[in-house]
Ligand binder design. Sequence first.
Ligand code: GDP
Ligand code: GDP
Length: 456
Amino acid sequence: DEDRALVDGLAPDESGAAGTGPVPVVAIVGRPNVGKSTLVNRILRRREAVVEDVPGVTRDRVSYDAEWAGRRFTVVDTGGWSIDATGIHLRVAEQAEVAVDLADVVVFVVDAKVGATDDDEAVVKLLRRAGKPVILVANKADDERTETDALTLWNLGLGEPYAVSALHGRGSGDFLDRLLEVLPATSAVAGDRPVEGGPRRVALIGRPNVGKSSLLNKLAGTTRVVVDDLAGTTRDPVDELIELGGRPWIFVDTAGIRRRVHQTKGADFYASLRTQTALEKAEVAIVLIDAESSITEQDIRVVQQVIDSGRALVLAFNKWDLLDAERRYYLEREIEREFVQVSWAPRVNISARTGRHTDRLVPALEVALDSWDQRIPTARLNAFLGEVVAAHPHPVRGGKQPRILFATQASTRPPRFVIFATGFIEAGYRRFLERKLREMFGFEGSPIELSVRVRE
Ligand code: GDP
Ligand code: GDP
């Protein structure tokens, strides 16, 4: 329970009904003590209040599966964000900023008995710019008089204030109806999350002639499983279900591999489009590279596409049967030179023709996916960062030295970290932090993202 991860399981654990995308995410933001937790309990229809009369009390969880009128969504209680391992309180506006990034809908709670404070106004500015649906809740409207007072909150420019008593339930029906109105069918932020325990999605990509279709044929061989066996799995006709290492995998968008389109005009354009589509549908990519010929610009571009898409990555060097000692020597030098930026990716040397080491693809995929899913508890992350920063502080620039206050892993798939600092963190130092994160926690096979929020 030392895990106070900001957005514990922000991506919902499973998608909604079969065939739909990830369930949408609703973040509840507002100053301490306005009733965020109470409202969450109201949404969850939970009687037993976990609410304590201490402002900013740390909740043990921050994200919950909710359902209203048959619609499923995830509720994130940012009240759980206010205390962290280092004892630093995040400002409400900062919470809201992160929430806006990570949610599909933001519910902004104001205390109707107090009205809008300066802190509230700061959040309002941010929310008006956010371009996401915001619902303004005037909470603690326990009676008609407060309900009428709440009307002044129209001034905030966030649309209709919903007067609610989270504690007693008054007005909560209207608020929830409104929530369902603005709630998208599937999340645009949670990432494509396949059915838990179902087959994982692999994109087999690489420039023309590296051996994609040969490898696909080799892997599919005799082991292709019947699709209907897997209920609740979204699958396009262009995807193929292949059993490897004792479990099914979905190889996405394989039609393009089998249809040999790459000799035609505009082939490059279509190849990169195909790669992009495949990546969007996949969780992990195998980038196939022809080990016999030199690494090309196009190989590097495909690898970059994987990183940009935030998918896990396995590098497979194919046609190993054709390599002599000299080529192997030069290949290693090329890899060192061209692929430094993905030195974290697992690598397998295979031959689609002979089947050499193709059984090593599955363990590599699994390592990469585990990293992609990995979550570092906030307390551990901050303990680690504290040590790193103490040993190697950010360099002083122009007499100033930004301090790192607090960090949290905002999401997985891929792991995304948000660092709060007192000033601009320069690129070199970010890379240093990323390297240290990898040294400490691994993340083999997964890109990681690091963003910095500056608080004055
Ligand atoms: P949070 O810090 O924003 O999550 O606020 P909490 O949910 O912990 O609530 C803070 C305090 O306000 C608690 O004592 C709640 O019982 C109280 N509270 C929450 N909602 C209402 C409400 O609708 N009416 C009244 N009168 N009190 C409320
Ligand atoms: P794709 O365009 O990436 O789908 O590549 P193909 O699978 O069509 O392979 C292109 C050429 O490389 C074909 O002539 C294959 O027979 C050959 N090839 C593919 N894999 C291997 C391999 O592991 N070893 C050798 N020697 N040839 C291969």
